[in-house]
Design a protein. Structure first.
Lengths: 238, 259
């Protein structure tokens, strides 16, 4: 789901850099509003590295296997840091693996990063689900939706760019067939991404619930017992 | 996973000696010029400039081959259908298969641009240590928080990759065979989750260690990265800007229909 170098016109590369610059500015502004942004930076950086490595794990889906993008989960765990982490991850992917590209870094950041921020919003749904449901179900459902919607949005951006921005002169019938084929090919990916995000979120909710707090430093006023690190897992889950 | 790129950053060549700030701006402008090419006639010029620069860099050709293998296959997968599906002028036909001129030209254009830009990217990163490159980006206005995140991520990428290898080995030793069933997915999710939990716990220790060493009390920029280097460095950047402008000018000239 990465657009390589030389694939799209330069105007789009420039627009991509401009838009991703704006989103980066907004995310940095939100991050700097926190009580101690420097305290969360190492967590965001190490988790970004862990996500980069985790996305290299092959998921078997007979008769093939695939890699996950994990943008919905990144949004759920990192909050506003997710876009920054994705920007860095894409930069490293372009350098180390030749996946994506330096000229298309901005475009790819929008394709994957904006859905991650949407995934962050969708994951907040867990607070609105009925309290009668167990935390595992609430986290699982909101995790599935964050992962699936994040991926579906990313795929939609990617296919739209491929079809409308790459000047290859397809006729209408071929264009429609290509759109349909790409859509059908990416359909299972959306489901797999959603299921895996749900599985991972429920795993984290059981083992390290503070990780699902979106790297937000809670002020002592909100939590008289102490900072986010001191808040018990049960309290974070419920 | 190959996570090193600046293996040859210690060589001595004109590109290695080029001042990092001037090099970043010069090669960035050249990438912009190459990306603006929409006419196949200009592709040989782009490739020629790329080959000359690569030759000047002293980087081994095997380095380029090894780095182009994966993105090349990816690109091939994306453009292989173009001559078969795009355009109306038939060049060759055999049953339902037909090679079309417009698709073939689009494939050549995209592949040429891709090869030139990717090679320039490799030149930039193959001749400059990554840490210097990130410091250069900071000196050009990259937010320091983003740079610190990038440096720390880069530092721990190797650790994470090692941890994943250990986890994989442990799973293999316990007889895990990845299958497409529910149990297998649960186990893979647990592996990814474990990696995230470990990295989170490690990040807390790292942050405390950084804090003890004065993190959060300002950061001095390396004086090496101030300024734009010697006149020859600026001249090289100017040459790149000129080539880029010539390419854009030629592109506009080709795009204007003749009377």
């Amino acid at each position: 789901m990465h657009i390589p170098d030389g694939f799209v016109p330069p105007q789009l590369c420039i627009v991509g850099y401009g838009l991703s610059g704006l989103v980066t500015w907004h995310c940095l502004r939100q991050v700097n509003r926190q009580a101690d942004p420097a305290a969360q930076m190492p967590k965001a950086a190490l988790l970004a590295a862990a996500f980069f490595v985790a996305s290299s794990i092959q998921i078997p889906l007979p008769p093939m296997s695939l890699h996950l993008v994990l943008n919905g989960l990144l949004g759920a765990v990192l909050g506003y840091y997710a876009f920054l982490a994705i920007l860095i991850g894409l930069f490293f992917q372009a350098l180390f693996l030749g996946h994506g590209g330096l000229s298309t870094l901005g475009v790819n950041a929008i394709i994957i990063g904006v859905p991650a921020l949407v995934g962050h919003g969708v994951f907040q749904l867990r607070r609105w689900l009925p309290r009668s449901l167990t935390p595992a179900i609430r986290y699982g459902v909101s995790g599935f939706l964050a992962g699936a919607i994040g991926m579906a949005l990313g795929v939609t951006f990617f296919i739209s760019l491929l079809i409308f921005a790459v000047p290859v002169g397809f006729d209408v019938a071929t264009e429609r067939a290509a759109l349909l084929t790409l859509g059908i090919a990416h359909g299972p990916l959306v489901i797999v991404e959603g299921v895996f995000t749900a599985l991972l979120v429920t795993f984290l909710q059981r083992t390290k619930p503070e990780l699902l707090n979106g790297l937000v430093t809670l002020s002592p006023k909100d939590h008289p017992q102490g900072s986010a690190m001191g808040v018990s897992g049960d309290r974070l889950c419920d | 996973m190959r996570l090193t790129l600046d293996t040859y950053a210690g060589l001595q060549s004109p590109l290695h000696r080029w001042w990092p700030r001037a090099k970043l701006v010069g090669l960035g402008l050249l990438i912009l010029g190459f990306a603006s090419v929409q006419t196949l006639q200009l592709i040989p010029l782009c490739l020629l400039v790329t080959i000359v620069l690569y030759g000047l860099s002293g980087l081994p050709w095997s380095f380029l081959r090894s780095r182009l293998r994966y993105p090349g296959l990816f690109l091939l997968g994306m453009v292989i259908a173009l001559p078969l599906l795009s355009g109306s002028t038939l060049l060759w036909q055999w049953g339902p298969f037909a090679i079309r001129q417009e698709g073939l030209l689009a494939m050549g254009l995209i592949t040429g641009r891709f090869l030139s830009i990717v090679t320039l990217g490799m030149l930039l990163l193959g001749t400059t240590p990554l840490l210097t490159l990130i410091d250069t980006l900071v000196s050009l206005g990259l937010p320091p928080l983003l740079a610190e995140m990038a440096l720390l991520s880069y530092r721990y990428l190797f650790d994470m990759a090692d941890q994943l290898d250990v986890l994989r080995q442990a799973m293999c030793l316990r007889g895990f065979q990845p299958r497409g069933n529910r149990r297998s997915w649960h186990q893979l999710a647990a592996v990814m989750g474990t990696l995230l939990v470990r990295s989170y716990e490690q990040s807390e220790r790292v942050y405390k260690a950084m804090r003890l060493r004065g993190y959060g009390h300002g950061r001095r920029q390396s004086p090496q990265l101030r300024g734009w280097g010697q006149p020859v460095d600026l001249a090289a950047t100017g040459l790149c800007a000129t080539i880029s402008l010539i390419l854009i000018g030629l592109q506009v000239w080709f795009a204007v229909p003749s009377p």
